[in-house]
Design a binder for this molecule. Structure first.
Ligand code: CAA
Length: 390
């Protein structure tokens, strides 16, 4: 077992850290305040190869491994978790399923512009009545000659307002109500009507919108993978995506810890630095230990995915744990900063608002526990109740 990053992984981590410190950190508070999606940043990240880190070189990506990609998400999220989720959904949820399941034509046409950041990707699974119970989705795709006509509404779609490519899930078999009648489609911007931009607690530099598909016709070659195999595409995609959200959570927690540590070493009360008080020392010790554990779970899941090993349970464990750590560490960082932590003068209140959603999207913590329980009890059938609502 080797815990050291290799030269390539360290190089990509340093590149992401440098660009995050120079081009994201100085603007993150303003983007949050102004709810601004920094569209110009993604062209820049594309130039640097950071919009397709783990996409093969022959498809226009940087050709690095999945752990390198996770390191990039961690660094970007440490600077601005809204940027982190934009890149995570674009890569894990929109680009990688095309790499994994796409036809030669789909891969050749769509993956290079996605990997270069010329096209932004979105993943449209969730609907108003179908969140945690993703298999109950109601959007329909009805056969029409050689193609399909798609009708429905998708909700809380990350990147929707800026995306040029949507991996969208629709029911192609109206005789089934569950996961088995679902197929995946690759839609363009013009197929989709953005109906509403969401207002959120945090992640204000990211875009989350509702979209409508109003009887849009797509030819048969827009189907991704086989008919009625869409749910498998969605679940396999989320297996990797959840590792990315765990990395985002680690990045947020690291940023909150760094701020709390620096503040504790500066702030003086009762004649001492507050870092000299055991109450603060113990808080920082707990934060640092939890972040290490979350990071190790995340890197293990990434390593397993890269090695082609099963990673469903490991990814769910990483997301479950890291998201809890992000919320706990961000909350405790506010406590270390006291009144200053509650103000916009310091970034820890933003970290706290941003952290919360890591316990919700790409499967709530309750869904992660179901996935883990199924894995450890080897129950692959739907035998456990689904709780929690995305
Ligand atoms: N990999 C591949 N295939 C899988 C799979 C996996 N990990 N898990 C399930 N499948 C397949 C099954 O084999 C089965 O296929 P067959 O019918 O061919 O046998 C099919 O999918 C149905 O599986 P289940 O019976 O397990 O399905 P279920 O209805 O019980 O649902 C669930 C399981 C885990 C609860 C699932 O609904 C789920 O993950 N829900 C949460 C949804 C979610 O995470 N949404 C996130 C939205 S995207 C997002 O948040 C992005 C963002 O903006 C950041």
């Amino acid at each position: 077992m080797d815990f050291a990053l290799n030269d390539e992984q360290r190089g990509i981590q340093e590149l992401a850290r440098e660009v995050a410190e120079a081009e994201i950190v100085p603007h993150a508070a303003a983007w949050d305040r102004e709810h601004r999606f920094p569209v110009e940043l993604y062209a820049r990240l594309g130039e640097l190869g950071l919009m397709g880190v783990c996409v093969p070189e022959e498809l226009g990506g940087a050709g690095a491994d999945f752990l390198s990609y996770v390191l990039v998400l961690e660094e970007l999220s440490r600077a601005d978790a809204g940027v982190g989720v934009t890149v995570a959904v674009h890569t894990s949820a929109a680009t990688l399923p095309i790499v994994a399941f796409g036809s030669g034509e789909q891969r050749g046409r769509l993956v290079p512009p996605l990997a270069r950041g010329e096209l932004l990707g979105a993943f449209a699974l969730t609907e108003p009545e179908s969140g945690s119970d993703a298999g109950s989705l109601r959007t329909t795709a009805t056969r029409d000659g050689d193609g399909w006509v798609i009708d429905g509404t998708k909700q809380w779609i990350t990147n929707a307002s800026h995306a040029g490519l949507f991996v969208l899930f629709a029911r192609t078999d109206p005789t089934t109500t569950g996961a088995r009648g679902v197929s995946a489609f690759l839609l363009d911007r013009e197929h989709v009507e953005v109906v509403r931009e969401e207002e959120k607690l945090g992640l204000n530099s990211s875009s989350t919108a509702d979209i409508r598909l109003g009887g849009v016709y797509v030819p048969a070659d827009r189907m991704l993978h086989a008919e009625r195999k869409g749910f498998t595409v969605a679940m396999a995609t989320l297996d990797g995506g959840r590792i990315g959200i765990a990395a985002q959570a680690v990045g947020i927690a690291q940023a909150a810890y760094d701020t709390a540590r620096a503040y504790a070493l500066e702030r003086r009360q009762f004649g001492s630095r507050i870092a000299d008080f055991q109450a603060i020392q113990f808080t920082l010790a707990e934060m640092s230990t939890s972040i290490d554990a979350a990071r190790l779970l995340t890197y293990r899941a990434a390593w397993r995915k890269q090695a082609g090993l099963p990673h469903t349970t490991e990814g769910a464990k990483a997301k479950l744990f890291a998201s809890r750590v992000a919320v706990d560490v961000a909350r405790d960082a506010i406590q270390v900063l006291g009144g200053y932590g509650y103000t916009k003068e310091f970034p820890v209140e933003r970290y706290y608002r941003d952290a919360k959603v890591t316990e919700i999207y790409e499967g709530t913590s309750e869904i992660q526990r179901i996935v883990i329980a199924r894995g450890i009890l080897q129950q692959h059938e739907r035998t456990l109740p689904v709780v929690g609502a995305v």
